[in-house]
Design a protein around this ligand. Structure first.
Ligand code: AMP
Ligand code: MG
Length: 429
């Protein structure tokens, strides 16, 4: 690798190390969905809180419930009922799913396995021990940790926190991300274009990426390549937001002023990083606000956001897992690599005869948005690997979906600072 390129992993680690998570706040559970827990949630009661029926049926004494036994029906228990009848020998009571198990009974015979006629219930088959009874505390014991700090509160986690008795939780709020495009040539989408002008696609693109990462984007109008205008816009945005993301103006062109203005305003440095696309990168703190100066080419900006800004936003919220979930995929069409830099290849997954397959999306170029739209994954081809050929197995990082694989939640590399697996092709033939 040439001396002026910084290794991607080292650069990202250096950048993440400079971030301080947002101060936690206590929020009602329903407002905390989508945020990250800053303190554990412990079960205030056992879960379930009491032994209860898992089926609609009859609460029985198992020793009485021989096939063909006729039990006297003496009562009924509905969900939520407090005062319960006793199940005496030779008797049974009707019981509904979720209703507390009465004293005396130790199993439930489902309605489908019994015949109720008048005051009598005929049992078809003897229930197994504790059949269709949910034991108190079988899901969680009282005081047990239901959720760890650093957990993202998705629907299932919100459900568990609620069931565990947490009406409010300590979370880190969504970071406010100011997205600022820079360039004399930029006009907003939908506006008429004069000669040489182009539409600012990075603004809406990175605002969408920030929202998808659980942050709150604060869209700003594009700023011209003018030091004074850039200074004013950056200062105001950094004061208002938790993170500042700019695009454009970090390369070697005459009008690439962003890096200079950021360096002048704060402790921000510009580096060439061994990644493709996205080589020139600025990062630092502007009055304590983390500030990313991403390159202007639309695909470079998006990949830079994905590879650098997204993990940073998750780190600010205290998220334990910074990585996307991934799957092993068979290369279906050659993926380009590179000599000196990690190559991020936007790709599409499909199900082939031998499992998941991955193919690049059209010709990849840092300006080619038409080859980026529709990507549902990306592959990171390691430095020095010129290409990944068909049939090789690679890690495909999932852009969509939320970490479920083979029915399990998938937790990968980047857990709490430790890199469990390299962000790289897993196995090349
Ligand atoms: P720069 O990084 O400023 O040298 O810009 C590199 C390329 O990206 C140029 O072709 C710019 O016109 C283009 N570009 C810069 N900013 C944007 C933007 N916000 N939206 C779309 N293209 C952009
Ligand atoms: Mg420019």
């Amino acid at each position: 690798m040439s001396a002026d390129l910084e290794a991607f992993d080292a650069y990202r680690a250096r950048l993440l190390a400079r971030l301080t998570p947002i101060e936690p706040t206590r929020l009602p559970l329903e407002r905390a969905a989508g945020m990250t827990l800053a303190a554990p949630v412990e079960a205030r009661t056992p879960l379930p809180g009491f032994a209860n029926a898992a089926m609609d049926g009859y609460a029985v004494r198992r020793e009485d419930a021989e096939p063909g036994a006729r039990l006297a029906l003496t009562g009924e228990i509905a969900a939520g009922q407090e005062h319960l009848p006793l199940v005496e020998p030779g008797t049974t009571v009707r019981i509904m799913t979720g209703a507390p198990m009465p004293d005396g009974a130790d199993a439930v015979v489902p309605v489908e396995q019994a015949d109720e006629a008048g005051e009598t219930v005929v049992i078809a088959a003897r229930p197994a021990a504790a059949a269709h009874v949910r034991a108190a505390g079988e899901d969680l014991a009282v005081g047990a940790r239901a959720l760890e700090p650093g957990t993202h509160l998705g629907a299932a986690e919100v459900a568990l926190a609620a069931a565990a008795g947490a009406g409010a939780v300590l979370v880190r709020r969504r970071p406010r991300v100011a997205v600022l495009s820079t360039g004399d040539e930029l006009v907003p989408a939908g506006a008429p274009l004069r000669g040489g002008q182009i539409v600012d696609s990075n603004g809406p693109s990175l605002a969408a990426a920030a929202a998808a990462a659980g942050a709150e984007p604060v869209a700003q109008p594009a700023v011209p390549d003018d030091a004074q205008a850039l200074r004013a816009a950056f200062t105001a945005a950094a004061a208002d937001a938790d993170v500042l993301v700019t695009t454009g103006g970090v390369s070697a062109g005459r009008y690439d002023l962003v890096q200079h203005v950021l360096a002048e305003l704060g402790d921000v440095g510009t580096t060439t990083v061994a990644m493709q696309p996205g080589k020139p990168q600025a990062f630092g703190l502007l009055d304590g606000t983390p500030c990313f100066g991403l390159p202007g080419n639309p695909v470079s900006a998006l990949i830079s956001f994905e590879a650098l800004v997204r993990p940073a936003l998750l780190r600010l919220t205290g998220r334990a897992d910074l990585a996307r979930p991934n799957v092993t995929a068979r290369v279906a069409a050659t993926l380009p690599g590179g000599k000196e830099r990690l190559r991020f290849v936007l790709a599409r997954l499909s199900e082939g005869e031998q499992g998941t397959e991955v193919a690049p999306l059209g010709t990849q170029g840092s300006h080619r948005l038409a080859s980026a739209a529709g990507a549902d994954a990306y592959v990171v081809v390691p430095r020095g690997v010129p290409r990944c050929e068909p049939d090789e197995l690679v890690d495909a990082w999932l852009l969509s979906g939320d970490g479920w694989q083979d029915g399990q939640h998938v937790a990968y590399a980047w857990q709490s600072g430790r890199q469990a697996r390299p962000l790289a092709v897993r196995s090349l033939r």
